[in-house]
Design a protein around this ligand. Sequence first.
Ligand code: NAP
Length: 248
Amino acid sequence: MDLGGRVAVVTGASRGIGRAIALELARRGAVVVVNYAGNAAAAEKTASAIREAGGGALVIKADVADQEQVNQMMKQVLDEYGRVDILVNNAGITRDNLLPRLREEDWDAVINVNLKGAYNCARAVMRPMLKARWGRIINISSVVGLTGNAGQANYAAAKAGLLGFTRSLARELGSRNITVNAVAPGYITTDMTAGLSEENKARMLQNVPLGRFGAPEEVAAAVAFLAGETAGYITGQLIVVDGGMTMQ
Ligand code: NAP
């Protein structure tokens, strides 16, 4: 139970990778705030799974793109637990299209949730982490932020932006014992990738040395490592969990 006594906020924890992260942090002893945007039933299911396994969970609906909602969420967490030790900026969406057809609202939506959401959440947890002189911020980027992807200029820009955000915050907060790192998943089996055609999947797998898609739990394991005490001298780094797809 290396996260015993810690309070973790996981954004977008109702489904997919966020759900797996929430379960893993709870399994290691953290009380987990399960944030979601619209799917209350799924968020409650995540929380129930945590509680059934003997952990503690609090479900909070908040759109991470909305600073006011994020501030309210963090206020609720502080009122309830008096601390926030771990923030995982996982909430993310895609609105794919080639640039000529990429509408301004799709650009804005993806940047606002995936990038500004991390800014909103990090700002809102700053004060308690600075006061405690301990903190872990983990931003979920993507291999697409490293390589780019046709049809995902908005998503790639947001995910690459998260890496600059991670490194800057790591420099700002290092002296206060707060680490800031990023995890970049490759192709992971979740709702986000469920829509890919079989042809597309087969084409993508040709570039994955491990020859398979990843599981959400395999991303969660990297996040849990970064959240733990033993990762205390690692900051400003990126762990890529992609089956070897983007290795240099
Ligand atoms: P997913 O299955 O589509 O789940 C998305 C999660 O984000 C849901 O819990 C959703 O909540 C939440 N969310 C969406 N918009 C939100 C908002 N405005 N405020 C708060 N929560 C919001 O996605 P996933 O595949 O697990 O992806 C999780 C993260 O990993 C994302 O940042 C994604 O970009 C990244 N990633 C995924 C892959 C992959 O292959 N799956 C690869 C690389 C990176 P509701 O249930 O309420 O809608």
